[in-house]
Design a protein around this ligand. Structure first.
Ligand code: SAH
Ligand code: SF4
Length: 382
């Protein structure tokens, strides 16, 4: 079977090369060609011995994802839809800001957690992505953007695992992908700039602390077990007390000295002043002064099947005020890419998108659609 070299972190690639009778430094060269230069053809890797290039051609490839569509929002956000086979598609979103470029990547096709307010959750679980499929999103986006922006240096400075899926339910494939993101021979991102977002798989939070501590975001969404059981069904397995204790343990390893709590604002469900007050009490119970965490309030992005509504801006502001008056750093997430359904929780990865594209362009004039089905970054073109 042909090995996909995007599946390996550097140690894995070194073992693969050793299997071919090659030294570790060859793996470093190969790794740099793939991730730093975006090469997918062994012929382009000019400083590798010809004999090695020929050997590699017989047993390995750099397998990109099949791009279905690209949507560019009026605010510069780009959403890519990739076909991962079997009728499944995943989405990746690039969010440019003045001082950084953030890539939001998916870890699963669908999600098994089934949160009430999330369209990925409503879609159900299809399968875990492989390490190669996770890293291919960054590989593609970074080199595609460099090529199109005509930049030699890094474009993506931050990665957030906040796309489709629950990353900690695909732990074994996510960890090598994180290692590739952090590796100086690949993307060289700092641990503070790589964020895993989780609905709260407690044992995996502890494992992550031990094996690859990156920035942690926890999707809280409710201050009490009764409400959280309803919104995030996983809470029945790992209730708030266990989750909060895991967050406190994580702090000893975290690259930042706080945990981010994400909180999706749902009108009349979890957005009342008493909910904010209960949150203050909750975080104080687990750490004096409540300075060990930050809150990120996410305006709910509605989708028809949810039957839920977003809180009004005034309600969100009032909620934020209660938290910040209690000394908790609180931000309200700016919605990006809404016109292309790229905002949080709108990623449904629906393959039917393919047929809806034309219809949507007609509706949304701010979109630019580029047919990029075969667009793979190539070293020669950069
Ligand atoms: N499964 C992980 C990561 C992916 S979801 C997690 O749940 O953390 C990324 C973030 O988007 C989470 O905080 C999630 O709660 C939020 N989200 C999901 N659906 C949303 C929606 N419809 N509107 C706003 N935020 C949503
Ligand atoms: Fe899954 Fe996260 Fe969506 Fe919940 S919010 S269903 S954990 S992707």
């Amino acid at each position: 079977m042909t090995a996909n070299l995007l599946d390996y972190d550097l140690d894995g690639l070194a073992r693969f090369c050793e299997g071919l009778g090659e030294k570790r430094f060859r793996a470093v060269q190969l790794f740099r060609w793939i991730h730093q230069k975006g090469a997918s053809s062994f012929d382009d890797m000019s400083d590798l011995a010809k004999s090695l290039r020929e050997k590699l051609k017989g047993v390995a490839h750099v397998k990109a994802l099949d791009l279905v569509s690209q949507h560019i929002s009026s605010d510069g956000t780009i959403k890519w839809l990739f076909d991962v086979g079997g009728g499944n598609a995943i989405e990746t979103v690039f969010i440019p800001e003045d001082d950084r470029g953030t890539l939001c990547i998916s870890s699963q096709a669908g999600c098994a957690i089934g949160c009430r307010f999330c369209s990925t959750g409503h879609q159900g679980f299809s399968r875990n992505l492989t390490t190669g499929e996770i890293i291919a999103q960054l590989w593609f986006a970074e080199h595609f953007l460099r090529q199109h922006l005509q930049r030699d240096e890094r474009v993506i400075s931050n990665v957030v695992m906040m796309g489709m899926g629950e990353p900690l339910q695909n732990y074994a494939e996510v960890i090598p992908a994180l290692r590739v993101m952090l590796d100086d021979h690949a993307y060289g991102l700092s641990r503070r700039r790589v964020t895993v977002s989780t609905s709260g798989i407690v044992p995996k939070i502890d494992l992550l602390a031990e094996q690859c501590p990156v920035a942690l975001a926890v999707s809280l969404h409710a201050p009490t077990d009764a409400l959280r059981d309803d919104l995030v069904p996983l809470n029945k397995k790992y209730p708030l007390d266990a989750l909060m204790q895991a967050c406190r343990r994580y702090l000893a390893y975290a690259p930042r000295d706080f945990i981010t709590f994400e909180y999706c604002m749902l009108a009349g469900v979890n957005d009342q002043p008493e909910h904010a007050q209960q949150l203050v009490e909750l975080v104080r119970r687990y750490g004096a002064g409540a300075v060990w965490c930050k809150f990120n309030l996410i305006p709910f992005n509605p989708f028809p099947a949810s039957g839920l509504r977003c809180s009004s801006p005034a309600q969100v502001q009032a909620f934020a005020r209660i938290l910040s008056d209690a000394g908790i750093v609180t931000t309200i997430r700016k919605t990006r890419g809404e016109d292309i359904d790229a905002a949080c929780g709108q990623l449904a990865g629906d393959v039917k998108d393919r047929t809806r594209v034309g219809e949507r362009i007609a509706r949304q004039r701010s979109w630019t659609i580029t047919p990029v089905a075969t667009d793979r970054p190539s070293v020669k073109e950069t």
